[in-house]
Design a protein around this ligand. Sequence first.
Ligand SMILES: NC(=O)c1ccc[n+]([C@@H]2O[C@H](COP(=O)([O-])OP(=O)(O)OC[C@H]3O[C@@H](n4cnc5c(N)ncnc54)[C@H](O)[C@@H]3O)[C@@H](O)[C@H]2O)c1
Length: 241
Amino acid sequence: MANSLVAGKIILVTGAARSLGAQIAATCRDEGATAIATDITEVSEKRVVPHDVTSPADWSRVVADVLAAHGRIDGLVNNAAIMYSARPFLEETPEEFARLVQVNLMGVWLGMQEVGRAMSQSGGGSIVNIASTAGMVAHPGLASYGTSKWAVRGLSKYGASELGPSGIRVNSVHPGGMMGTTMFPGTDNQAVYETVREGLPLRRVTDAADAANAVVWLLSDLSRQVTGRELVIDAGATLGA
Ligand SMILES: NC(=O)c1ccc[n+]([C@@H]2O[C@H](COP(=O)([O-])OP(=O)(O)OC[C@H]3O[C@@H](n4cnc5c(N)ncnc54)[C@H](O)[C@@H]3O)[C@@H](O)[C@H]2O)c1
């Protein structure tokens, strides 16, 4: 895309040091926005701001810094998340479950509050929460991760309902396995890639740019009447579920 879809907007993207988050930040910039990329992982690239999404103090600092520099925040993409390797539910541990909930759900909740307060002061904005097809159906071996994504889906609807009167839209994006990302094994395993591809109605594996394009549309004013909805980007993978 290169259409100035989000020209002039100030957009914060979490977990943006690599993979989907980096793609979203790059697409926002391509479309005319100022994108502030944050991540817990230290990277030499100067444009990534240190930010642990589980830390309320980090959220306060990051949002205050963006407001000081730009005066407002028009868009927030809660992309940061973790995932453990697939395993049977009975083998999952309480520690893993707690950490998944802390990063994947609490991190989103904190961002919606902190940025929601700023957006409500400046007349509104668009929040996009990155969920997963694991938050639309039950994927084998992903009970805790999937549960955190179902919760993000629910939180997005509550956010849309609560924040709508302040002009803030909240939607969730649900990608299937995406080429070019760390979490998708098909990125560097040709056999997995082919198995996934053959199972898709469109016979084309999703890539990070497909999901990023959908996110940018939700950040743009083209989607101004859309809130509290799920946008599934999976080449039809979950149609039959
Ligand atoms: N990759 C896929 O195929 C796929 C499919 C469906 C949904 N998703 C979702 O898309 C998003 C991005 O996935 P990805 O594959 O690019 O993941 P990734 O692991 O490559 O990137 C996630 C980023 O989040 C950061 N992060 C982790 N914990 C953090 C914390 N506490 N605070 C701030 N940053 C933190 C990591 O450092 C990393 O840079 C996630 O929400 C994921 O659940 C991914």
